[in-house]
Design a protein around this ligand. Structure first.
Ligand SMILES: [Zn+2]
Length: 135
């Protein structure tokens, strides 16, 4: 073993270096880092993944919100919900994003609501036609 500060040889069980007086325990993190180089190499990757844009996720969420708000205008709701789901899915394939998930969920909710309203409307029309037959 060698002292991390002065480079002098130190005993395995020494607490303090006799040459410079530095605590030998202080070099331990350095030693651990050298023993597991893979753990250091992971650190530079964290900012790179976080730096990647999740703009598609943001766009997906915004589209999803507007889709749900415009659900009363059936066509517009669907027109916004479909790209919201597509953008969210694309974003998820590039990088996991909570906003992309929100966009997908909002888009699906919009589509479900639109389908339910269309089904209810058609059912109502049939009901009215049955109650007041033209023939
Ligand atoms: Zn020393």
């Amino acid at each position: 073993m060698f002292c991390a500060y002065c480079g002098g040889e130190v005993g395995q069980d020494w607490v303090v270096c006799i040459r410079c007086g530095c605590p030998i325990g202080a070099r331990q993190p350095n030693l651990i880092a050298r023993q597991y180089p893979s753990s250091i190499q992971q650190y530079p990757q964290v900012p790179t993944t976080q730096g990647q844009s999740d703009g598609l996720g943001v766009a997906s969420m915004i589209l999803g919100i507007f889709a749900l708000l415009s659900v009363w205008f059936y066509g517009l709701g669907v027109l916004l919900a479909i790209p919201a789901i597509i953008l969210g899915a694309v974003q998820q394939s590039i990088k996991k994003s909570g906003m992309a998930t929100a966009g997908i969920v909002l888009g699906i909710i919009t589509l479900v609501v639109v389908v339910l309203f269309v089904v209810a409307f058609v059912a109502m029309v049939f009901l009215v036609l049955m109650m007041f037959p033209y023939y």
